[in-house]
Write a protein that binds this ligand. Structure first.
Ligand code: HEM
Length: 489
């Protein structure tokens, strides 16, 4: 009898805890529900954010907000521009969800730690102050050298379509390795070397969806192999941080900064030495390197891939961009900073590409630090909020003919400021905007003046670009083979 009572009490307790978890908070009861089943089917079918948008478009275009029960809590998905603006600009009310808080002790949290992307308040200010000077003094020569190497590699491919996605991933990894910490991954020339494979394996491990869906799994089955790979990459970063920290004492870093050849890490180590700044530890420097490699690699690679696809499909736009390049650059192979400003049409095409295919399709999660009133809803404190950038960019409330590729819509920037969020906004605006835009312009100039780009007749993308699921916070297409025909004029 006693045993039965214990069992009943236990079941009631579990049922009560479960009810507490799934119970909709009073103030969110009127927020429309987004189907968890649809989301699970999307995850199972490994579809991209375009399919997700198709499934939730009706609700979000009408209400601008929806709630979904996921991983044990109610999360708000937002596209309403008024709330979007509030979230972006009021970082005290909507701090970022930190990895260690949401996935305590996880491999993800250990690898990225606290860094300029995942930190809040004074901690974030400390990281951002140290990182800022690096992004004001970019080693542009690295971009130009890499563009030349890219052309060399392309030249060796004879009359066959080139798979652009992996080529661009190779390119941007090389650019980032060299500009962030002076390390040549040499992915373009040697895609199977040990550093490239280790980096790619770590990214694959950290991007595994199953651990986002069921984070508890990580505590049940130890990820020994994945941990070994992460340690290998961390050792590389640690060795580089140590070596460069020593070179500060010999005056080598000062010299490099003077002649504008310092990499991002050297600028950061230099900034740590400034008595005006609060310093970062060697471990924090390493965490920042790890996050730069995430934030700046797939994002720019996917942008370059989708823009080459768009140019291949829209030959008239391709011609217009090329004519502009030839006009502005004359005999120069790559644009200097003045010429980059003159590439007005190319800049519109880049913006429109980032609108149609934003590499960060959902902004990293925020949560409310206190109760917030929005319309007739009351959002309780600690509610997770996700801004769905793909939806904001594809909503007919914000854009006329949102699915059409129309670079001219950026001619006079008539759109609502918060309707184009490719690089985020407010004081958490992407630190690497210029890094990425300069890299994209240099690569496009180099490629387009030499090649005419087209889509093979049998391409899987001939009707529509097929998007892959988001991986480690970035979205991009499935592999895109394109034909590059050498220009004769
Ligand atoms: C097309 C390329 C890129 C896109 C679309 C992009 C997008 C974004 C977005 C949407 C954010 C805001 C995240 C948030 O508010 O939670 C962000 C932040 C950031 N990005 Fe980028 N990014 C790109 C390239 C880069 C590159 C090349 C780097 C560095 C090498 C970089 C470094 C950062 C950093 C450090 C932050 C955090 C800024 C802060 O919170 O203070 N990004 N990026």
């Amino acid at each position: 009898m006693n045993f039965l009572i214990v069992i009943l009490v236990l079941i009631s307790f579990i049922a009560f805890r479960f009810y507490q978890k799934i119970r909709v908070p009073e103030g969110l009861k009127n927020v429309p529900t987004l189907s968890l089943l649809d989301l699970l089917i999307e995850m199972y079918n490994k579809v991209g954010p375009d399919k997700r948008w198709e499934d939730i478009r009706e609700i979000l275009e009408k209400e601008g907000i929806g709630r979904i029960w996921f991983n044990g809590r109610w999360i708000l998905i937002v596209t309403d521009l008024e709330l979007v603006k509030d979230v972006i600009t009021r970082t005290d009310l909507y701090p970022k969800a930190l990895l260690e808080e949401f996935f305590p002790g996880s491999l993800l949290a250990q690898y990225y730690g606290t860094n300029v992307v995942f930190s809040n308040g004074d901690d974030w200010k400390r990281h951002r102050r140290i990182a800022n000077p690096s992004f004001r003094n970019l080693p542009i020569y690295v971009f130009v050298e890499s563009a030349m190497k890219l052309l060399d590699v392309m030249e060796r491919v004879d009359n066959k379509p080139i798979e652009v996605k992996s080529l661009m991933h190779g390119l941007t990894l090389d650019v980032l390795g060299k500009s962030a910490f002076g390390f040549d991954f040499n992915n373009l020339e040697e895609p199977n070397n040990v550093y490239v494979t280790t980096f790619n394996e770590v990214m694959e491990e950290l991007g595994k969806q199953i651990y986002f869906l069921m984070s508890f799994l990580e505590y049940i089955i130890p990820r020994t192999k994945a941990i070994e790979k992460v340690e290998k990459l961390n050792n590389l970063y640690d060795r580089i941080v140590e070596k460069k920290s020593k070179s500060l004492k010999t005056g080598e870093i000062d010299k490099k900064i003077e002649n504008n050849s310092a990499d991002l890490l050297e600028h950061m180590i230099h900034a740590c030495n400034d008595p005006e700044n609060q310093t970062l530890t060697s471990e924090e420097l390493r965490h920042n390197l790890a996050i730069f490699m995430l934030a700046g690699h797939d994002t720019t690679a996917n942008s370059l891939t989708t823009i080459l696809y768009l140019l291949a499909v829209h030959k008239d736009v391709q011609k217009k961009v090329r004519d502009e390049i030839l006009h502005v650059l004359g005999d120069d192979l790559t644009p200097n900073s003045e010429q980059q400003k003159e590439l007005k049409y190319m800049n519109m095409v880049i913006n429109e590409n980032l609108r149609l295919y934003p590499p960060v399709a959902t902004l990293p999660r925020r949560f409310t630090s206190q109760e917030i009133k929005f319309r007739n809803y009351v959002i309780p404190a600690k509610t997770p909020i996700v801004l769905f950038i793909y939806g904001i960019h594809h909503s007919s409330k914000n854009w006329e003919d949102p699915e059409k590729f129309i670079p001219e819509r950026f001619e006079n920037e008539k759109h609502d400021h918060y309707a184009w969020l490719s690089f985020g906004g407010g004081n958490r605006l992407c630190l690497g905007i210029n890094f990425s835009l300069i890299e994209q312009r240099i690569m496009l100039c180099a490629i387009l003046r030499k090649y005419e780009v087209s889509l093979p007749a049998d391409s899987i993308h001939k009707d529509k670009l097929k998007l892959a699921p988001e991986c480690s916070g970035t979205m991009g297409p499935h592999p895109v083979p394109l034909i590059f025909k050498r220009r004769t004029e």
